[in-house]
Design a protein around this ligand. Structure first.
Ligand SMILES: [Cu+2]
Length: 145
């Protein structure tokens, strides 16, 4: 299934919401995936907030890893009907050699297995939640040594 991508690209941050001075944003981000475990990272688009962590963390080159995610619709957004998880090396114009499997483990919680960064350098996680009609695209930079 293909969806038009809402061209929303958000950058990774740790507590960067505080810098926006948006009190509502701080509260909302804190509520999404609070219990996901450390090191928790967050990213958001216009419609969705995502908290996630990799297992293990940090990720090792050439070793499979898992991504655990909480995907939270913002007020007014539709519930998440599906989620795609991928990773690329933008400077090298390639992706992973493996296609991760993604499943919902409980309401709002997702698990992606079978990811592998096969070389060191700057990777970018690509999270694409959709509501059945439209898909957002959230990216998070990851330096892998
Ligand atoms: Cu590469």
């Amino acid at each position: 299934m293909r969806f038009p991508v809402a061209s929303v690209v958000a950058l990774a941050f740790t507590g960067a919401l505080v810098a926006t001075g948006n009190g509502i944003g701080v509260a909302r981000a804190a509520a999404c995936g609070d219990d996901i475990g450390e090191p928790k990272r967050e990213v958001e688009s216009a419609r969705y907030a995502i908290a996630f962590r990799t297992v293990p963390s940090p990720v090792s080159v050439g070793a499979h890893f898992i991504v655990e995610l909480a995907v939270c619709p913002k007020p007014g957004a539709q519930p998440v009907a599906g989620l795609r998880v991928d990773a690329t090396m933008p400077e090298h114009r390639h992706g992973m050699n493996y296609r991760p499997s993604v499943r919902q483990v409980s309401p709002g919680r997702w698990r992606a297995e079978g990811l592998m960064f096969h070389m060191p350098g700057r990777w970018e996680f690509v999270f694409q939640p959709h509501d059945g009609r439209r898909e957002d695209r959230l990216t998070v930079s990851e330096d892998v040594r």
